[in-house]
Ligand binder design. Structure first.
Ligand code: SF4
Length: 683
């Protein structure tokens, strides 16, 4: 980049990829980003960036960026003016008010944009059919932690991890998905912390682990209950904390009577001795922190997985104090914020239930109109409703469900079937190719706003360069649609700071957030008033719901297990140098150089039995579809388990995955499905 000269301006903003929320300085010259540096000394990253943040922003100036609106004419998407495109959108939306309309908002967009998206759905379109990709990653976190504690977010802060006495990393490949948080874990190790890794697949943090529990995918509940059983039997629990701060413990204690370590070992594949060792380390080296991610959440029993972790933390008193807690690592840069802003079908901003008359009336008074009170459809239910003829207009902002959602053949059929599809995007994604109207949006570097990172920190996003062509920030596009649909007063904003003022006035946990106050390191919610300093860790003097609630649990197997026809477990995940469906990182030559194609990770023993060598083309089949990719033989995968990513649209892994849902959180089981493998014949 330096070939263009020294930057004439430095703009401080936030990385657009994962939920760590690294603060970065963009050097700008003549309207181009010419340098990228982590902002020195700033929390949470102290100047550090991973390969995506440091070298992965070339997508901003990609030639493939959308520069004008597109309208489908004669079967083709052709360039159109904003006037033409918005006229078509408004005319069609006006005929679809109510529950025949659905909106998918975006964890890539700012808080202000997510706020406006759900406001458009509820106020203008008169429906709660609004959801976003949190349904695929941490819906079970929100449901379970709200049940156990009263609020569903990371309890502690990233910085605190370095001072933990023990860290249990379960279902998180932190080095690859949240690299800067992995640095804090390694720092803790250097300071003497004990590290427990529980993961079916070998991950880099295993090198730092005192114990590695290699459970069979989908067996986290029996594994965690077995840890609880050891702690109970060996008297390692914190009876004072349980007695003063919690309820439901006796029922939970009784439920552990049926747990035996031998049975847990048989189900999980983890030796009894390792279970005992991990339990003793976790209970005896506090403050102990639990770090988890989608290896825990994306199951048909994801909510139960997290309730089990809550039981474990409560029985050892590892909540409400620094460097402890339960810490879900949110995947996308603003998935926490999109949830906070109410881009969910059952809650208004700040998790205020649409069914609560008092809370709903507060929004009705401010927005000057009655709002729908029946919860809307979740993401997967929206696609099912399109198939069933219940939803016929879909507005997708910054999401690519064709690649990200399970059983993607079903999703593609819905995208083709829906009567009217609007996609608002920065690239012509695989999903956008099905649209009737495509609206070109600005990227993170081309707009102002805020993101909320995984530790609840509301951070300023600042415009560094102009959007390409006629692309516009999402908040401007949504506002324009709202105004044209008859709500000029409710969608009249000249700057995102005005939207944040409205958010703060309606959302208690954001009550003290303003652009002035977050100009530096940001503020962590809850921040209820203008003088409140923000909250580093939750539940200090009491849980949000009052007392922490123990939940008795039992093992429920995954919805689809290996059998004679499909003898392997497929588990999916991500790699360091790409992000999500690759919409952005696949546009970056350097990242494609590091990893340019899908690889199916297979245990060498399985490869030998199947006659599959490293680099051979293999066909992976499930009950829902098949894909081909090269084999990578590696001990990272245990026998009987294969691993794939979903970064590569040319190898759409999610045609294989199972859409079975967690009954509470409606999150699909992306982490376990049954597949068969064979050496592919031909090309
Ligand atoms: Fe930081 Fe995540 Fe961006 Fe990497 S991808 S620089 S860890 S925010």
């Amino acid at each position: 980049a330096e070939r263009w000269g020294r930057p004439e301006e430095t703009v401080t903003t936030v990385c657009p990829f994962c939920g760590v929320g690294c603060v970065m300085d963009l050097g700008v010259l003549d309207g181009h980003i010419v340098t990228i540096r982590g902002k020195r000394g700033e929390t949470p990253n102290r100047g550090q960036l991973c390969v995506k943040g440091r070298f992965g922003l070339d997508f901003v100036e990609s030639r493939e960026r959308l520069k004008t609106p597109l309208i489908r004419k004669g079967g083709e998407l052709v360039p159109a003016t904003w006037e033409e495109a918005l006229s078509v959108v408004v005319e069609r939306f006006s005929r679809a008010k109510g529950d025949r309309f659905a909106l998918l908002s975006s964890a890539k967009c700012t808080n202000e944009e997510n706020y406006l998206a759900q406001k458009l759905a509820r106020l203008v379109m008169e429906t709660n059919n609004v959801d976003h990709c949190a349904r695929l990653c941490h819906a079970s976190t929100v449901a379970a932690l709200a049940t156990a504690f009263g609020s569903g977010a990371m309890t502690n802060s990233i910085e605190e991890l370095a001072d933990a006495g023990c860290i249990l990393i379960i279902g998180s490949n932190t080095t690859e998905q949240h690299p800067v948080i992995a640095l804090r874990i390694k720092e803790a190790k250097r300071r003497g912390a004990k590290i427990i890794v529980a993961n079916p697949r070998w991950i880099e943090l295993c090198k730092f682990a005192d114990v590695w529990l290699r459970q069979t995918p989908g067996t986290d509940v029996p594994l965690v209950l077995a840890l609880c059983k050891v702690i109970l039997e060996e008297g390692l629990l914190d009876e004072e904390f349980i007695g003063e701060r919690c309820e439901g413990f006796e029922e939970f204690r009784e439920s552990l009577a049926g747990v035996t370590l031998e049975e847990a070992a048989a189900i999980t594949g983890v030796e009894v001795g390792l279970i005992e060792e991990a339990a003793r380390i976790y209970a005896s080296n506090g403050p102990s922190s639990i770090v988890y991610s989608m290896g825990i959440t994306q199951h048909s029993h994801g909510t139960e997985n997290i309730l089990a972790l809550a039981d474990l933390a409560m029985m050892t008193g590892n909540l409400g104090k620094p460097s402890s807690g339960i810490n879900p690592l949110r995947g996308q840069n603003n998935v926490q914020g999109a949830c906070d802003m109410g881009a969910l079908p059952n809650v208004l901003p700040g998790y205020q239930a649409v069914t609560n008359d008092d809370l709903r009336r507060k929004f009705e008074a401010r927005w000057d109109r009655e709002l729908p009170k029946r919860p809307g459809l979740t993401l997967m239910e929206i696609f099912n409703a399109i198939h069933a003829g219940g939803v016929d207009v879909l507005y997708i902002i910054g999401e690519n469900p064709q690649i990200s959602d399970p059983d993607s053949t079903h999703v593609v059929e819905a995208l083709e079937k829906v009567d009217f599809l609007v996609v608002q995007e920065i690239f012509l994604s695989e999903t956008a190719m099905h649209a009737d109207v495509v609206l070109p949006a600005a990227s993170f570097a081309e707009k102002d706003g805020t993101f909320t990172n995984t530790e609840r920190r509301v951070q300023r996003v600042r415009r560094a360069v102009p959007p390409p062509g006629e692309a516009r920030p999402d908040w401007r596009i949504i506002s324009e649609i709202g105004r044209r649909m008859g709500y000029p007063d409710q969608f009249s904003y000249s700057h995102p700071s005005e939207i944040m003022e409205e958010i703060a006035s309606l959302t208690p946990s954001y009550g003290g957030i303003s652009y002035e106050r977050i100009a530096g390191a940001g503020l962590q919610w809850p921040c209820p008033g203008p003088d409140h300093p923000g909250t580093r860790y939750l539940h200090k003097d009491g849980f949000t719901r009052g007392k922490g609630l123990f939940t008795p649990l039992s093992y429920r197997p995954s919805a689809e297990l290996p059998d004679g026809d499909y003898p392997f477990i497929l588990t999916t995940g991500r790699v360091l140098c790409h992000f999500h469906t690759g919409t952005m990182t696949r546009k970056v030559a350097g990242l494609n150089y590091l990893r340019g194609e899908e690889l199916v990770e297979i245990n060498p023993g399985d490869g030998e039995v199947l006659g599959i060598g490293d680099g051979d083309l293999v066909e992976v089949s499930s009950r829902r579809g098949k894909v081909r990719a090269k084999a990578r033989l590696t001990e990272k995968s245990s026998p009987g388990v294969v691993f794939m990513t979903f970064h590569f649209a040319e190898t759409p892994t999610n045609v294989l995955t199972n859409p079975a849902l967690d009954p509470v959180a409606k999150i699909p089981e992306l982490k376990v499905c049954a597949v068969s493998l064979s050496k592919a014949v031909g090309d």
